[in-house]
Each structure stands twice: as structure tokens, then as C-alpha cells.
Design a protein around this ligand. Structure first.
Ligand SMILES: *[C@@H]1O[C@H](CO)[C@@H](O)[C@H](O)[C@H]1NC(C)=O
Ligand SMILES: *[C@@H]1O[C@H](CO)[C@@H](O)[C@H](O)[C@H]1NC(C)=O
Length: 232
């Protein structure tokens, strides 16, 4: 009887814990092994189709193969919004069936294993910006006039080949990811630099300091090894 009550209490505590939004400042999700299971699901309150967006995150990895950084699938398209590192200094940004490749000059990535990456897109002009360690690459164009579906399955650590699943170990992330933020607007250049320093900026869709997330499989929350003080 007592034991039953205790487990009920524990269940309630863990339910409450899992419902709370968490401040992950100075922490990171660690993915210690390659797998086709370990991932983190992020919940964002996206009420309407997105016609502009900025995504920023910090990563620390020694992978040289392709690895997924941020996978936002919709029922319409598994690559509704996807950021992949094809190799250490080459990123691929997908919006639905369209994609763009950015090759980062070696001079922009002074910290070999750790990087802060931001990508932004605006439907009205189709312009895409990719920033590495607070520095911009040359702007490109993708999916002008398009909009991003709001009903999303957002995953860190794996690339979704269908809504919420279809993971491939050869595209999995290994290492740590932190400071994940998403906004429903294009950040100004000054703001991207602030994001690099992990300063608060308004209009979040995903906020690392108030994160709604669920860990699935072998991923761990730990103090970040790579922080704003050591990155880049
Ligand atoms: C987290 O996301 C889930 C699913 O969207 C939602 O039901 C829940 O209310 C959110 N939690 C908080 C504290 O906002
Ligand atoms: C992953 O890559 C290895 C080595 O290239 C290959 O042998 C294996 O079949 C791949 N696995 C999947 C699931 O694609």
C-alpha cells in the first residue's frame, strides 16, 4: 500500500518534471554514441505557417561524416526545415524539397571541433543567411514565396525521414548540442552576434532558457564543455 503510494508520488513528480519548461543555460545535450534511436524532441508553439525564421545552435563534435543538426519535419515533408553538416565545414539547409549548400572557409572556423551556427530565411525575398561563429557567409536564395508548415516534429540528434522517425545511424549526431534557439523572424546582423554570445533576444519559437523537451534513448544533459567563453 505504502509502496503503491510512493510510486504514485514518484510518477506525479516525474510527470510534473517532464511538463516543466527547463532553463538549460550552460548545459548541453550530449549524444555519446552513434545510434538510430537517441534523440531529443523539442516542442515549439508554432501557430501559423512561417514565412521567416532564424535558427541558432552551438555544436561540439569531431564527426567528419554527415550529421543532422536540426530536423523539423511536417506531415507534408520530412525535410520541412533541416540543417545538416555534410562534413565539418559544409552545411546543407533544406526547406521541403529545396536545398542549399554552404561551404565555410577554413578561416571562419578557428575552433576546430566547436561551432556556433545560425541560419535564417525570409520567404518574401528567398534570402538565406548562414553565420558561423558570428560571421556571415555570402547570402544565397532558396524557396522564395514558400512557407513552413506549423505542425512540426522537431528532433535533435537524428535526421527524420518521416514524421517523428525514420532515423539513419549514418546521419546521427555524436557530440554535444547547446544554445538552441529559433525565432519567427530574421535576426539582424547585430543580433546574430548577440546570439553567438548567448544573449537574450525576443520573439522565440524555441528558447534554450525555457525549453520544452523530451529525451529519447541515450542522450544526457550535462554542463556544456563548449560555452560562449570558449566557442570560436
Ligand atoms: C510542452 O509541449 C507539450 C506538447 O506540445 C504541451 O502539451 C505542454 O503543455 C508543453 N509544456 C509546457 C510547460 O508548456
Ligand atoms: C552506414 O554506413 C556504413 C559504412 O559506410 C554502411 O556499411 C551501413 O550499411 C550504413 N548503414 C545504413 C543504415 O545505411
Amino acid at each position: 500500500m505504502r509502496k503503491g503510494l510512493l510510486s504514485l508520488l514518484l510518477l506525479l513528480v516525474s510527470l510534473l518534471g517532464s511538463l516543466a519548461l527547463e532553463d538549460l543555460e550552460r548545459k548541453a545535450f550530449v549524444f555519446p554514441v552513434a545510434s538510430n534511436t537517441a534523440h531529443v524532441v523539442l516542442k515549439a508553439k508554432i501557430q501559423h505557417p512561417l514565412t521567416s525564421v532564424t535558427l541558432c545552435l552551438r555544436l561540439y563534435t569531431d564527426l567528419t561524416r554527415e550529421h543532422s543538426l536540426f530536423s523539423y519535419a511536417s506531415k507534408r515533408h520530412s525535410n520541412e526545415l533541416l540543417l545538416v553538416a555534410q562534413k565539418p565545414n559544409q552545411y546543407k539547409f533544406h526547406l521541403g524539397s529545396e536545398e542549399l549548400i554552404f561551404k565555410v572557409p577554413e578561416t571562419l572556423s578557428t575552433n576546430h571541433f566547436g561551432k556556433h551556427v545560425c541560419v535564417s530565411w525570409e520567404s518574401s525575398t528567398g534570402l538565406v543567411e548562414l553565420w558561423v561563429n558570428g560571421q556571415p557567409l555570402v547570402r544565397k536564395s532558396l524557396a522564395k514565396g514558400h512557407s513552413i508548415q506549423p505542425e512540426a516534429s522537431i528532433v535533435l540528434g537524428q535526421d527524420q525521414d518521416n514524421f517523428g522517425g525514420g532515423f539513419d545511424i549514418n546521419q546521427s549526431f555524436m557530440g554535444e548540442i547547446s544554445d538552441v534557439y529559433m525565432w519567427d523572424r530574421v535576426l539582424d546582423p547585430d543580433e546574430v552576434v548577440l546570439a553567438w554570445y548567448d544573449q537574450a533576444l525576443p520573439d522565440y519559437l524555441i528558447n534554450w532558457r525555457l525549453l520544452n523537451y523530451t529525451i529519447k534513448g541515450y542522450a544526457v544533459v550535462k554542463p556544456a564543455l563548449l560555452s560562449v567563453h570558449t566557442a570560436g
